[in-house]
Design a protein around this ligand. Sequence first.
Ligand SMILES: *[C@@H]1O[C@H](CO)[C@@H](O)[C@H](O)[C@H]1NC(C)=O
Ligand SMILES: *[C@@H]1O[C@H](CO)[C@@H](O)[C@H](O)[C@H]1NC(C)=O
Ligand SMILES: *[C@@H]1O[C@H](CO)[C@@H](O)[C@H](O)[C@H]1NC(C)=O
Ligand SMILES: *[C@@H]1O[C@H](CO)[C@@H](O)[C@H](O)[C@H]1NC(C)=O
Ligand SMILES: *[C@@H]1O[C@H](CO)[C@@H](O)[C@H](O)[C@H]1NC(C)=O
Ligand SMILES: *[C@@H]1O[C@H](CO)[C@@H](O)[C@H](O)[C@H]1NC(C)=O
Ligand SMILES: *[C@@H]1O[C@H](CO)[C@@H](O)[C@H](O)[C@H]1NC(C)=O
Ligand SMILES: *[C@@H]1O[C@H](CO)[C@@H](O)[C@H](O)[C@H]1NC(C)=O
Ligand SMILES: *[C@@H]1O[C@H](CO)[C@@H](O)[C@H](O)[C@H]1NC(C)=O
Ligand SMILES: *[C@@H]1O[C@H](CO)[C@@H](O)[C@H](O)[C@H]1NC(C)=O
Ligand SMILES: *[C@@H]1O[C@H](CO)[C@@H](O)[C@H](O)[C@H]1NC(C)=O
Ligand SMILES: *[C@@H]1O[C@H](CO)[C@@H](O)[C@H](O)[C@H]1NC(C)=O
Length: 395
Amino acid sequence: MLDILQLALAALALSSAGSASPHTVALTSRSIPKGHIPALRRRGLSAVDVPLEDYFSGTDLQWYGNISVGTPPQNVSVVFDTGSSALEFASTQCGSACANQTLFDPSQSSTFISSGKNTTLYFETGVGVTPVIPQNCWLEVVSAEDTISIGGLTAPNVSLFTIVNQSVSFDVDPFSGIQGMSTTGQGFFTGLISQGLPALFGMYLTPRAVGNAELTIGGYDDTKFQGNVTYSNIVAKAEGSWQLPSSGIYVNNQTASILQQPLPIIFDSGTSNILFDTNITEAMYALISPDIQPYANEPGAYGIACSAIANLSATIAVTFTSQDGGRYNLTIPSSELNVGAFADNSSHCQTLINAYDGVRILGGSLLKQYYSVWDISNQRLGFGSNQELRGRLRW
Ligand SMILES: *[C@@H]1O[C@H](CO)[C@@H](O)[C@H](O)[C@H]1NC(C)=O
Ligand SMILES: *[C@@H]1O[C@H](CO)[C@@H](O)[C@H](O)[C@H]1NC(C)=O
Ligand SMILES: *[C@@H]1O[C@H](CO)[C@@H](O)[C@H](O)[C@H]1NC(C)=O
Ligand SMILES: *[C@@H]1O[C@H](CO)[C@@H](O)[C@H](O)[C@H]1NC(C)=O
Ligand SMILES: *[C@@H]1O[C@H](CO)[C@@H](O)[C@H](O)[C@H]1NC(C)=O
Ligand SMILES: *[C@@H]1O[C@H](CO)[C@@H](O)[C@H](O)[C@H]1NC(C)=O
Ligand SMILES: *[C@@H]1O[C@H](CO)[C@@H](O)[C@H](O)[C@H]1NC(C)=O
Ligand SMILES: *[C@@H]1O[C@H](CO)[C@@H](O)[C@H](O)[C@H]1NC(C)=O
Ligand SMILES: *[C@@H]1O[C@H](CO)[C@@H](O)[C@H](O)[C@H]1NC(C)=O
Ligand SMILES: *[C@@H]1O[C@H](CO)[C@@H](O)[C@H](O)[C@H]1NC(C)=O
Ligand SMILES: *[C@@H]1O[C@H](CO)[C@@H](O)[C@H](O)[C@H]1NC(C)=O
Ligand SMILES: *[C@@H]1O[C@H](CO)[C@@H](O)[C@H](O)[C@H]1NC(C)=O
C-alpha cells in the first residue's frame, strides 16, 4: 500500500541515469551462498525469521504475519508494507466496518497508552489490483503506544495507530493491519533497532504455489537465494520511500524511446501490480498486444478477453545500476500478466500494469521473483536470485 506521504516524497525524488560506462551484472549465478554479514553478530539482538501468509485473490496480493500487542499479548496480523510509514491495526473501537478483521482490545492491555488523537491515513494503492480512486482508500485511526512482540523480540512503548473506521476497500482483507517498512524504520522496528537489532530486513515473498514466504528482521536469510546480493543505492531525496533510479524498460526484448528515460521507481511490497504513467503504460502494452485496452469501468485498469491472455508473451525487464556501477535487469515473467477476471465480467481479465500519472511502482509481482534485502543502515536495496522460484515460471 502506498501511503500519501510516500507519494509526496516520490514526487520530490530526482532521477539519475547511473554510470557512464556500465558493465553487466548477472542476477542468475549459482555460486555457493554467502553467510550473513559477520559484523551483525557483534550487535545486541540477532535476526529472527517470521513466517508469512499470502493473501491471494486472482493473484498474489499481499504477504502478512503475526505480531502480538499489549500485556498480556493479543495476536493480530499485519502486512509488512515497504510502501507506507506507520503501524496500524483494527481495534474493538471499530464497529461493523472492521467485521472481517481480528480486533485488538485496548481495554485488555495494561501497557496501552492512548493519545486520543484521531487522524485519517490515505493510501494511493490498496489491497486489490484495481486502481485506487483518490481519497477512496482510507483508515481512520487514533494514535497510541503499546508493547509489540514479533518472532520473540519485544519492543516497549511502540508508537502505533488503532483503526476505528475504514473504507470498505480495507474490510475484505484477512489481516488486521499494516506495518509500514519504509526506509526510516517504524513501529516495532524503531524499538528493536534502538536495542541493537541491525537495521535491515529480508523478504522472501513467494507465489501461493511455492508458499513458505518469510520476513527476516535484523538480517537476511541466505538459504533463500543463490549467489550474492546485488545492491543499489536508493534515491537520496526520497526519504521514506524505497526508490531506485531505473535507466530503461524492455518488454519482450523490445523497447521504445519513452521507455528509455531515467525514471525513479518505488519498490512496494504492499502493492501487487505495477504502476506507471499512462504514456509509459501504453507504450509497454503496445509491445504485448493491441487487444489490451483500458477498462472503462475501472479507470487506470487495462484488460483483454481471458481466453486470449494465456498465450501472450509479456516479459518485462527493468534496468537498474548496482553500487559498483554495473547494470542489471529485474524481470517479470509472462505468467504475471493476468491478474484475474474483473468483478463485473468474469470473461474479461485484468492485466498487470495500471496507469497512474506521476506514480511508478514495482510491487509484489516483481518482488516475488527474487529474494530482497532492505538495508536501512546503508540506504540500499538488494536482490538475490532464486532458481527454484524462477525455473517454474512461463517466460
Ligand atoms: C498467526 O497465528 C495464528 C494463531 O494465532 C495461526 O493460526 C496462523 O497460522 C499464524 N499465521 C502465521 C503467518 O504465522
Ligand atoms: C499468539 O501467537 C503465538 C505465536 O504464533 C502463539 O504462541 C500464541 O499462542 C498466540 N496467542 C494467542 C492468544 O493466540
Ligand atoms: C475518534 O475515534 C473514536 C474512537 O476512539 C471515535 O469514537 C470518535 O467518533 C472519533 N472521532 C471523530 C471526530 O471521528
Ligand atoms: C513506557 O511509557 C510509560 C508511560 O510514559 C512509562 O511509565 C514507562 O516507563 C515506559 N516504558 C519503557 C520500557 O520505556
Ligand atoms: C465510518 O465511516 C463511514 C464513511 O465515512 C461513515 O458513514 C460511518 O458513519 C463511520 N462509522 C462510524 C462508527 O463513525
Ligand atoms: C468480508 O469480506 C468478504 C470477502 O472476503 C466480503 O464479501 C464481505 O462483504 C466483507 N464483510 C464486510 C462486513 O464488509
Ligand atoms: C560474490 O562476491 C564475492 C566477494 O565479493 C566474490 O568473490 C564472488 O566472485 C561473488 N560471486 C558471484 C557469483 O558473483
Ligand atoms: C528475449 O531474448 C532472450 C535472449 O536472447 C531469448 O531467450 C528470449 O526468447 C527472447 N524473448 C522474446 C519474447 O523474444
Ligand atoms: C536487459 O534486458 C534487455 C531485454 O532483454 C536486454 O536487451 C538488455 O541487454 C538487458 N540488460 C542487462 C544489463 O542485462
Ligand atoms: C465480457 O468480456 C468478454 C471478453 O472480453 C466480452 O466478449 C464481453 O462482451 C464482455 N461482456 C460485457 C457485458 O461487456
Ligand atoms: C496456448 O496455451 C495453452 C496453455 O497455456 C497451451 O496448451 C497451448 O499449446 C498454447 N497454444 C499456442 C498456440 O501456443
Ligand atoms: C508522460 O506523462 C507524464 C505525465 O504523467 C509527463 O510528465 C511526461 O512528460 C510524459 N512523457 C512523454 C515522453 O510524453
